[in-house]
Design a protein. Structure first.
Lengths: 256, 256
């Protein structure tokens, strides 16, 4: 049902070594999932050209849309755009739109145009820019072999500010996503596992049911039940979720 | 310098669609980094056999050690072990150690041995188990073609409880990791970018220097400076970090 596959690459040593929790990836993913898109993979790699290239290559085979975050700034480890160009064998040129955007911001803020800041305007041939309404580094849109790569900053506020523009460019997904979640105390997920399996089949895989156990499995037991799916009609998804919830409730009440 | 490369795969729709922030990956990564190991990649994929297999394959080419989290439980979407076996073309058999561990726990807790719970004892030929001191699902250690795959649960408390055992099996990394971080208010990272680049070169790439800008780039400016690296001697790393910090401080004081 879902055609457009999206992959995310979070670039930065700080993520891969566990210094920084990757909230950027979940923010992007959550935003796009709620618009009816489906995310296939999230990758995080270090600030190493080859690793960025390999991550891109992996997702190029798997996804239609790739979103990278991080590595767009002025510092020596900001090498995202360069690594993408290298991997796709595209020439790097001064992007005039990026240049004039950066120049405008630096002038407004009384800042110098240093070589490090100029770097932020160097992009592969054919790239377009995504305006950064908060920081200086522009984002990038690159169409290549029927795929689209969006490169956005790693600073969370700057990243989040670009998401509406990405969804505008992607256009409507044509799908709705709906999720219903609720907690059941005193339940072990293994107790309802076989019923859940049957229910998913009974509803023809239109909705998926996940059980998320929390804390210690046997003490203060609590399971969050999640009923979710994609479909053309939100109303139908809501109705299905309610029906499935009622079935689960009656299983818990009558069979356990 | 660092020889052993580690990759992490977090398995679960909830992560890839942004419902759950991937703290498991950063917990594992942080734990191992502080023991002197280096993590190369973090991947997150959905509960889809092919996607799990493809993620594994990608990391198999890049890493020596692969750690998967999630998908070990009794529910229909818990397919990690099965997917690994499928990808590596290994036969699945009843693992007697896993079986007796699960049986012991179920008996202690007065619980039934359902087919869903039996599933947790099915592992590839040659797999060993990692004891789960909290929940029922055992973890798995699988050696294959000179690589080692650790599969641990996705429930954070169960996952964390297995990390010391993983590090015991890995043995000492032979390296130390050290990181020094501090905040500088009123600084723009682009202002010191060229100096940072020179400093990294001057210290022969023994330590890396990262600047993490926070909040809006131009309002309430704050940059976290991170000086970090791997080496044989922790004392040397600490001294180097202090020297570099002093150089950065004097640059900020004298040149900006």
């Amino acid at each position: 049902m879902i055609c457009i596959k999206i992959g995310i690459i979070s670039i930065g040593n700080e993520i891969v070594k566990g210094r920084t929790i990757n909230t950027n990836a979940s923010d992007i993913s959550n935003f796009l999932t709620n618009l009816g898109y489906e995310i296939s993979y999230i990758l995080a790699c270090r600030d190493i050209k080859e690793d960025i290239g390999d991550s891109l290559e992996f997702l190029f085979h798997k996804c239609d849309i790739i979103i990278t975050t991080g590595g767009l700034g002025p510092t020596v480890d900001d090498i995202t755009v360069e690594s993408i160009a290298l991997n796709l064998k595209l020439e790097l040129v001064l992007n005039e739109y990026a240049y004039s955007e950066i120049l405008k911001k630096l002038t407004e803020r009384g800042m110098e145009f240093t070589p490090e800041r100029l770097k932020m305007a160097i992009m592969p041939v054919g790239a377009e820019i995504l305006y950064n309404t908060i920081g200086t580094a522009p984002g990038m849109i690159l169409k290549y072999n029927g795929k689209v790569i969006f490169s956005i900053p790693g600073v969370p506020s700057e990243m989040r500010a670009m998401l509406p523009e990405i969804s505008r460019i992607l256009g409507p997904s044509g799908m709705e996503y709906y999720s219903l979640e609720y907690d059941v105390k005193g339940l072990l997920e293994s107790k309802i596992a076989s019923y859940v399996k049957e229910l998913i089949k009974k509803y023809n895989y239109e909705m998926l049911i996940k059980t998320h156990p929390e804390s210690r499995e046997t003490q203060n037991r609590k399971v969050t039940i999640e009923i979710y799916g994609y479909g053309k009609s939100r109303k139908r998804l809501e109705e299905l979720a309610q029906q499935i919830k009622q079935e689960i409730d009656s299983i818990i009440l009558n069979k356990l």
